[in-house]
Ligand binder design. Structure first.
Ligand code: UD1
Ligand code: UDP
Length: 368
């Protein structure tokens, strides 16, 4: 029996690790441990609850006003005794958050091998997204196994000199997660509020958009409402107090916009299905929306998800107010342009990524 420990801390990592944890729990050859940093508290707990996951260890590090430095050092300090006690055969981390990097570094310092889920995503722009691009590059240097969601991400790793025998193209576990949440009978107060209107689902939280980008996004959304009376904008706002404050200051006076608390993942996935269009700077939503046939305007200057752009479901529009307005207006008026985006195929997998990941993990652990 081999022991694996999944370590994560934020909402998106939890959503995309949950299907692997479920599969690992049913695998008789593995003992599966879960350690959360709780870099996010409420937003993480919602996902743990939704997927019925009870962590074996909870480092409980979240502080308001936390910094990249404080998150990193607290994780190194609090995770070390956990890893020393359990000495797992493999640590699993996901993606590119500060928890991802700090947990991988901590395991490396103790010479415990690391497997990286959602490996090989790149923009090759040092500060976009910040600090995620460099986090994930550093985790690639540390990791022993690399679970790349697509051929493109695998190719990045090969180009960087990673041994091809350690790279596995698995699909993205975000698509696996949708199988747990999508529900034909979904109801929600926000949906009732927007009834009879076209829903625009907005999320925006990235660090690189916090120096002016958010203001432009919010201004564009307000102008869009003035232009289209039949739209309703639902904005489940990240718990970051700075973002909450700005959003309320700028958007509260528009009765076509509703700012709500972050949604439970079940609600969010189902709300995507009821939306007409998504405006987002999120990473994970760029994977989910193509799978659910919904066009996305990506409110960022770069994306590490070029597959969705190539497939036609994502458009990289940045944060310029006029550009957002122009693209959103086109999709609200031009049926052909809209159909082209919503009918594009999903490039992120078939919902069986977790199975592939476990197969590769088991093979590695038995052969080593
Ligand atoms: C983190 C990740 C980012 C990811 C995002 C997902 C880093 C550097 N960034 O950024 O890659 O896209 O999570 O959402 O790792 N807060 C709460 N409750 C919560 C969660 C957050 O109150 O449940 C507040 C706290 O005041 C916290 C602040 O939000 O200090 C910022 O959280 P933090 O994890 O530092 O940054 P994110 O922007 O969430
Ligand atoms: N999500 C959620 N509730 C919300 C907004 C998003 O459950 O109110 C989910 C979404 O479906 C996706 C993930 O959170 O799976 C994306 O997280 P986020 O945008 O915070 O982070 P990123 O993917 O940008 O790192």
């Amino acid at each position: 029996m081999y022991t694996i420990m999944s370590i994560f801390g934020t909402r998106p990592e939890a959503i995309k690790m949950a299907p692997i944890i479920h599969a690992a729990t049913q695998d008789e050859q593995l003992k599966s441990l879960v350690c959360v940093s709780a870099q996010h508290r409420e937003m993480l707990d919602g996902v743990l609850h939704a997927f019925s996951i009870t962590p074996d260890y909870d480092l409980d590090i979240m502080r308001h006003g936390q910094t990249l430095q404080s998150i990193t050092s607290l994780i190194l300090e609090k995770l070390t005794p956990v890893l020393e006690k359990e000495r797992p055969d493999m640590v699993l981390v996901h993606g590119d958050t500060t928890t991802t990097f700090a947990a991988a570094l901590c395991a490396f310092y103790l010479q415990i091998p690391v497997a990286h889920v959602e490996a090989g995503l790149r923009t090759y722009h040092r500060y976009s997204p910040f600090p995620e691009e460099i986090n994930r590059q550093m985790v690639s240097r540390i990791s022993t196994l690399h679970f790349a969601p697509t051929q493109t991400s695998a190719q990045h790793l090969l180009n960087e000199g990673v041994d091809e025998h350690t790279i596995f193209v698995t699909g993205n576990t975000a698509i696996d997660a949708l199988q747990y949440t999508v529900d034909e009978h979904f109801e929600h107060p926000a949906l009732t509020w927007a009834k009879g209107h076209r829903i625009i689902l907005l999320t925006a939280h990235r660090r690189e958009n916090q120096q002016g980008g958010l203001q432009q996004i919010f201004a564009a959304v307000k102008k869009l409402c003035a232009r289209f009376e039949d739209i309703r904008v639902i904005y489940p706002c990240h718990r970051n107090p700075m973002i909450q404050q700005l959003a309320h200051e700028m958007l509260d006076d528009c009765d076509q916009i509703r700012i709500i608390e972050p949604l439970e993942v079940y609600d969010f996935h189902n709300l995507i299905r009821h939306s007409y269009l998504l405006l987002t700077d999120s990473g994970g939503i760029q994977e989910e929306a193509p799978s659910l046939g919904k066009p996305v305007l990506v409110l960022r200057d770069t994306t590490e998800r070029p597959e969705g752009v190539k497939a036609g479901t994502l458009r990289l529009v940045g944060t310029d107010e006029e550009t957002i307005l122009q693209h959103a207006s086109e999709l609200l008026t031009d049926k052909t342009a809209y159909a082209k985006m919503s009918n594009a195929s999903n490039p992120y997998g078939d919902g069986k990524a977790s199975q592939r990941i476990l197969r590769a993990l088991n093979t590695y652990l038995h052969d080593k």
